[in-house]
Design a protein around this ligand. Structure first.
Ligand code: CA
Ligand code: CA
Ligand code: CA
Ligand code: CA
Length: 239
């Protein structure tokens, strides 16, 4: 086998990997195990780092949270995307009060739930003084997660949790940002929906610096397969 033929045989593999690329979808978890300060509007802000290519966009976001707390009705939770969109997941369940369980919001302990648009149960509809965790399973946030759709997932997501009433307190044990992304046009390296020489030079620059975005074959190596995959995608154009 001559060395000039071997690379050609690898092309279909590279291209099939490119076609199925969903590069940075997956779970981005932190396990800070930090206290949420009692009766503090500032609360805690936890960054969740996501690295993605410029052409990658959010198709869905879920957030799994594990919080130990002695009075769930004290809690307010928001999630901010790298683009600056802020969604309220929870804002003192049981407040405003409808008579039950009382003026201090939902009592009872703990939250072990995934906030998602793909369910039928609003998080704040779960209000029990006997069940632990009070908020569990798959629940709908106060504002829809699809507000993040089509944004770039790249950068720092910010999870903010505050406790807004005295006496009872708790801790954030774990948070997992569950991202699904699309690569709308992988060769559009600059993310401006045009294919031109700027995309080629941006790719070559990223390739030279061995940036993750230039690893088109997603194998951790930077070689001719990435260049040929990029050029093939560039030649194929954008949808
Ligand atoms: Ca509320
Ligand atoms: Ca409290
Ligand atoms: Ca471009
Ligand atoms: Ca590669």
């Amino acid at each position: 086998m001559s060395p000039t033929i071997a690379p050609l045989k690898a092309w279909p593999l590279a291209l099939s990997m490119l076609a199925s690329a969903s590069a940075h979808a997956g779970d981005h978890c932190i396990t800070p195990n930090v206290p949420i300060p009692d009766n503090s509007p500032t609360g805690i802000t936890l960054p969740i780092e996501v690295s993605a290519a410029a052409s990658e966009v959010v198709s869905s976001v879920d957030l799994q949270l594990l919080i130990n707390h002695d009075w769930i009705g004290d809690l307010a939770i928001t999630l901010e995307s790298p683009a600056g969109t802020i969604i309220t997941l929870l804002d003192r369940p049981g407040i405003p009060s409808n008579g039950f369980p009382g003026p201090f919001g939902c009592g009872g302990q703990d939250l072990n739930a995934t906030f998602t648009d793909n369910t039928l149960i609003p998080a704040e509809s779960l209000c029990s003084t006997t069940a632990t965790p009070v908020i569990f399973g798959f629940v709908i946030p106060n504002m829809p997660m699809d507000s993040f759709t089509s944004e770039s997932p790249d950068g720092q997501w910010l999870l903010r949790i505050s406790d807004l009433s005295p006496y009872d307190s708790g801790s954030l044990i774990q948070a997992c940002l569950q991202l699904t992304t699309n690569i709308e046009c992988p060769a559009d390296f600059t993310g401006d929906e045009n294919l031109n020489f700027l995309d080629v030079s941006a790719f070559l620059s990223a390739f030279g610096n061995q940036e993750t975005a230039a690893d088109f074959t997603q194998d951790g190596n930077y070689n001719f397969l990435d260049v040929s995959a990029f050029l093939s995608a560039f030649g194929a154009g954008c949808p």
